[in-house]
Design a protein around this ligand. Structure first.
Ligand code: ACM
Ligand code: ZN
Length: 624
């Protein structure tokens, strides 16, 4: 009895420390277990980094060199077992959590030194990222190399490991091209939050972005489209004689450099070649691969014209020969075990009219074009597997399905993941409404997109293991950034952050998630880190959410916010509200007669926060 109550009290006080510890240090993703202790460790240029074996000197130099160079300047990595005041990196799999997971780590900070234990250097890397979050935001700046001085690390003990092995972000580099420098910065940022997979959507109707040595026209022709600026869906089609000057591609040397850069940050780059649909850039390069074989131009984003065929002729054997060449070079280039072959949104009309496609249907005894698509996916899967790689494909609810050995990426909703897992396939979750980073974040009337909204707090509701899924087959999940309306790097960043902090939390931390209101407090502590690193993030989660209701014959406006700790001020008189204007007090406000706009703005501590929204009431009323 005595023992039980003692254990109970130990348990209770540990729990208090866990809760207190997490909210005090604002770690994202929050660690599985954190115990706060007394004291601190002084990190300074004198700090020595200790490894057990010569073989690890280089790996620790690169982990630390990339992240702590502002603090420690010239690195001292030593191979030794003795001494105090140092940071030790130990390969260890004795603790239960370290046995289970190669990315796990145990971090112990005391006034005497720091001990990092992990079963592999990936765990060391994540421990160092956790340490970085215990240090001031200015250390995230790239503007200086060495700050000197001393920094205090709080004494604590952390045991940590990821919930999922696939913690990804996808970037579409086809609709807009992003240089390798942009991608390096992207990798830097994602890896700070323990995201470990960068899925590159390398090909689509608007550009082919990777050099394939055996098929040079893919980049000579396919990487270039006519330049257009403005609203994506309103782009003018290529004009006669107009030169395709917008675009770019990665050489194989660029890709090797990127892969190494990512590897140093424990990020796996997974290439995607999207076939048999979304293939206009490939067909513009080699028109003989479509059913019509007619010359095509790479699309700029202009309205779709059905005379354009963006679908490969799956009844043409040359298609498989070309894909074999492409996949062969990808397999040689990328160390990842995965190759993504797309498979989404295929227009099957061309196949209906094509003699080769129809002949194949007959010869193989297929029922129709839908089964033909399944045939194609399975045949390309066997090409990929012949190169020693695993296939990932976008899940389509397809008669005949995907090859059972392939991994389904569930994108329209959770459904594809649930169904595929029940069929025994591994799955990756990227359900659009919770994880699509191209969906806008604020009021629809203030955004540049034709898509839809997925606010930050919606991302935090992402559930990688919805009811009905076989959990053991869920590899993880990702945010997917389609770039039709992402023409530059700043936009790329602000579509990604802070929403991807929610993904990082969900994909790494324990299933029992802290409440949104606690999470957002930690997020706000990270924003200065983004500022220091010059990474743009969206502040639209501060902005009011405007709805309308109709009571009897009067229209009223209802205002809510994602974040609790803001005040909202409004006007109906076409002037800009500030915190001396009427404050929204939580009850619906009647729209005065004659008013045609509502303007609203959030404030905190007497300061405006987020944009002023200026919305036509005629549109707001449609929201009833
Ligand atoms: C997709 O969003 N078409 C995969
Ligand atoms: Zn055909």
């Amino acid at each position: 009895m005595r023992q039980i109550s003692l254990l109970f009290f130990i348990g209770l006080s540990l729990h208090v420390l866990l809760v207190k510890g997490q909210s005090q240090f604002n770690l994202i993703p929050s660690p599985v277990e954190l115990v706060e202790k007394e004291g601190s460790f002084k990190l300074s240029p004198k700090t020595r980094f200790v490894v057990g074996e010569e073989a690890y000197r280089q790996v620790v130099s690169s982990i630390i060199g990339n992240r702590l160079r502002h603090v420690v300047g010239d690195l001292q990595v030593v191979v030794s077992d003795k001494g105090k005041d140092n940071i030790r990196f130990v390969i260890d799999s004795t603790d239960a959590i370290l046995v289970k997971n190669r990315e796990a780590y145990i971090l112990d900070i005391s006034s005497k030194g720091v001990m990092i234990k992990a079963p592999s250097p990936a765990g060391w890397f994540y421990a160092v990222e956790t340490i970085m979050q215990l240090l001031p935001p200015k250390l995230e700046s790239n503007e200086h190399d060495y700050l000197g001085g001393e920094f205090l690390l709080p004494a604590l003990s952390i045991k940590d490991f990821p919930r999922f092995q696939w913690r990804g972000l996808m970037v579409d580099v086809s609709r807009h091209f992003f240089s390798k420098e942009v991608l390096k910065s992207y990798i830097d940022q994602m890896s700070k939050y323990k995201l470990n997979t960068l899925h590159l959507h390398l090909t689509d109707n608007q550009g082919w972005r990777i050099a394939i040595k055996s098929l040079p026209k893919l980049t000579d022709v396919g990487a270039w489209r006519v330049p257009r600026t403005g609203y994506w869906k309103g782009f003018k089609a290529p004009q006669p004689g107009e030169k395709p000057t917008y675009g770019g591609y990665y050489s194989q040397e660029d890709i090797k450099e990127l892969i190494q850069y990512a590897k140093d940050r424990y990020v796996d780059i997974v290439p995607e070649i999207d076939v048999p649909g979304h293939s206009l850039a490939l067909i513009a390069s080699y028109p003989e691969l479509s059913c019509t074989k007619t010359p095509q131009q790479v699309l700029a984003g202009d309205p779709w014209n059905p005379s354009r065929t963006n679908v490969l002729c799956v009844g043409n054997d040359s298609v498989y020969h070309y894909l074999d060449l492409i996949i062969g070079e990808l397999a040689d280039l990328f160390p990842s075990q995965y190759i993504h072959i797309g498979g989404d949104e295929v227009t099957r009309d061309y196949w209906k009219k094509c003699t080769h496609c129809q002949q194949l249907i007959k010869d193989t005894g297929l029922e129709d074009e839908e089964e033909l698509q399944s045939y194609f996916m399975k045949r390309v899967t066997s090409i990929v597997e012949s190169k020693g790689k695993k296939v990932i494909g976008w899940y389509e609810n397809l008669k005949g399905g995907m090859a059972p050995s392939s991994i389904a990426m569930s994108w329209k909703s959770y459904e594809g993941g649930i169904t595929s897992s029940q069929n025994g396939q591994q799955v990756i979750m990227t359900p659009a409404f919770f994880t699509y980073l191209d969906f806008y974040q604020g009021d629809p009337l203030m955004e540049n997109g034709q898509f839809t909204v997925a606010r930050f707090n919606k991302f935090y509701k992402f559930n990688p293991t919805p009811e009905g899924v076989k959990e053991e087959l869920v590899l993880g999940g990702q945010g997917s950034l389609w770039t039709e309306q992402v023409p530059n790097e700043r936009k790329l960043q602000s579509m990604t952050w802070p929403r991807s902090l929610a993904l990082a939390e969900i994909l790494w931390s324990k299933k029992e998630r802290r409440p949104w209101n606690d999470f957002i407090v930690d997020v706000e502590k990270h924003l200065p880190r983004f500022d220091a690193a010059h990474i743009k993030y969206s502040t639209k989660f501060y902005e009011p959410i405007i709805q309308a209701v109709k009571e009897k014959n009067t229209y009223k406006v209802v205002i809510t916010t994602e974040v609790e700790e803001v005040e909202v001020y409004y006007s109906f008189d076409d002037t800009s509200p500030d915190n001396f204007y009427p404050k929204y007090e939580g009850t619906a406000i009647e729209i005065p007669e004659g008013a045609h706009h509502i303007r609203v703005i959030s404030y905190r501590n007497g300061k405006p926060i987020g944009r002023e929204l200026n919305l036509p009431l005629i549109e707001v009323k449609k929201r009833i």
